[in-house]
Write a protein that binds this ligand. Sequence first.
Ligand code: PLP
Length: 381
Amino acid sequence: MNYDEELEELKKSHTYRKIPEITEKDGKYVICDNQRLLNLSSNDYLNLSTNEELAKEFMEYASDSPQFQFSSASARLLSGTSVVYRDLEQILAKQMHKDNALIFNTGYQCNLGVISTLMGKGDIIFSDKLNHASIIDGMKLAEADFRRYKHLDYNHLEELLKKYRGKYNKALIISESVFSMDGDIADIQKLVELKNKYDALLMIDDAHAFCSVDNNCAGFGGEYDVDIVTATFGKALGSFGAFVASNKTIINFLINKARPFIFSTSIPPINIAWTKWLLTAKKDFVLKQKHKLERLVVATHKYLKSADIETVSKSQIIPVIIGDDGKTVKVAEQLRGLGYFILPIRPPTVPPNTSRLRLSLTADMEFESVKTLIDCIRNEI
Ligand code: PLP
């Protein structure tokens, strides 16, 4: 098949993707195709990225510093670094209760770099079946073998550990904390027990938990005896970039060997300064938004329960599984007509026959709007 034919196939199977026509963002709303829609397709869980007052205040603060340029113009190991990067890494290491942290340009590059660098020939990786694409791609790039255990099924993980661990040199267990498409949460304590029992390293991807679950602007990974935590700034924190936190040796190893870190221009200083400013000067505001989100999440789950709507979710990410790709696209379109921006999530982002609407709750939404939306979805499906 040529490219055009393949694209036609995607259209026929309702899995063709295109970039939405968003012209503006206005807090919790997006303007798309001239319609103002409540945005339930954003990972801006604390509504920080579109907060105009916050942005203005930061620009005033940043305008005093000629050090906050819009380009770093090189990789960190050349001259693409300065004190603001090191400050942010120290803050992150402390928050995550680890020795050191290292900034990567994106969460995708971070997972890719960490996994493919730390695991090589003769090693084995055990990964939750629903882990993010960046973890899967990192495993494919690593020269290590990998086995995937059934989602959140730690008996299955232990079976695999028993069967394979002894045949390999290093072993790494990888799980997301809050799962990106289902909103359910890993049992990190159980994973810690297993990694200790079978002499493995444990890596937790805190992408959807960082800044949205605890009172220290961290996530879940730092609270446990986890060897490696990765997280992104591009979701709850309303910024851009990512980091890994771990022990001194692992961070040093990554600085020396991780190709996505070594061979890429680093994030612009102005953006690193924004991330640092949010985590320090604006920490109280970030936590205030986190508490608002928490209240909304509790109220929404309570409503789902009272309405007898079952969900695996335990977080701000709530999947409504429709199954059929075409029907999912249609329901998303109908909801758009009712004022909601919810994109259909289809394979390969999720397993076949589990196409869904993924509702992302954000702090500034009102419970009444979410409740009305849930009622609309029940009528549409
Ligand atoms: N890990 C998980 C679990 C994610 O959901 C995502 C984002 O979609 C990433 C990593 C990648 O992060 P970033 O968007 O910063 O590349």
